[in-house]
Write a protein that binds this ligand. Structure first.
Ligand code: ZN
Length: 281
């Protein structure tokens, strides 16, 4: 599933061809927003931003298009002369003199006045975006140790969009490994040094994934994993999807735990449990 870094890269990609360009045509094909099409018809775009896994396209007339790609939505950029064939359902097209930007398959799309973005049912519930510059290490530490969150398990917190927006399944495993935190530990169980490390890992691993397009290890480590015959889904990471492989740190075997239907891959030796809670079976 695309997580915050992937959505931000999609926003960068479409920003490059839309911002500062004249929108010569815009069309909405999705029933739920069709009737609002006129509001932003052929309006130029002021900026494009993301909040966690949601994207906001802001038009010059102070309306915003909210979209959340869930598991299946996808943005594409083509020259406007290119004929595009797809079996996906087309939702939105923005055409400039040079490019056509299309949103496919997404079902969570809305048009809202820009100054009411924070009232949107999804946006009002989510916490700070980990990739936002205003999301400082101090803020992350503060939230980790706040009474609202400090007794929740790491495995829960790392997916809780109300805690921080933009984290998802692969980032969860990778952040906890980087910080050497057991998925069943809670901030409450950890000392100040561990909390500081955790905050740094949340920020650093998310930024790394954003910069590299989903890699959470260095290029040289990824190359080494690849040379050892690992598939792409695992060589990009330190632990996620590497549960049958050796830990890059200590050579122990990476293990997998399930929380509901979602997995956490972790190293039992590097991520020793500190809290008293019984591990989840
Ligand atoms: Zn290890």
């Amino acid at each position: 599933m695309p997580e915050g870094p992937e959505i931000r890269r999609a926003a960068d990609k479409i920003s490059k061809v839309l911002i500062g360009e004249e929108i010569i045509e815009s069309n909405f094909y999705y029933e739920r927003i069709k009737e609002k099409e006129e509001i932003v018809k052929n309006q130029n775009i002021k900026d494009i931003t993301t909040r966690g896994k949601a994207m906001l396209i802001r038009f010059k007339n102070n309306w915003s298009m909210y979209s959340h790609n869930q598991l299946y939505g996808r943005w594409t950029v083509n020259l406007n002369t290119t004929k595009v064939k797809s079996r996906r359902a087309l939702r939105v097209v923005f055409t400039t003199n040079k490019h056509a930007v299309r949103l496919w398959s997404a079902t969570d799309i809305d048009l809202i006045p820009t100054d009411e973005e924070n009232e949107h049912s999804f946006l009002k519930k989510i916490g700070p975006d980990v990739l936002s510059e205003s999301c400082s290490l101090d803020l992350i530490e503060e939230r980790l140790t706040s009474t609202s969150f400090h007794k929740k398990k790491a495995s829960t917190l790392m997916l809780d969009q109300a805690f921080f927006a933009g984290l998802g399944n692969y980032l969860r495993s990778e952040i906890l490994f980087d910080a050497k935190i057991h998925p069943d530990d809670r901030p409450f169980d950890l000392d100040k040094t561990k909390i500081t490390q955790w905050a740094k890992s949340i920020k650093n691993i998310s930024q790394l994934a954003y910069k590299t397009g989903g890699f959470t290890v260095s290029k040289s480590l990824a190359d080494r994993n690849k040379e050892n015959g690992e598939p792409r889904r695992s060589y990009r990471h330190a632990v996620f999807m590497r549960h049958q492989y050796e830990c890059l740190n200590c050579k122990d075997r990476i293990e997998r735990k399930w929380y509901g239907k979602r997995k956490v891959d972790y190293c039992p030796s590097c991520q020793i449990q500190r809290g008293k809670i019984k591990p989840t079976k």
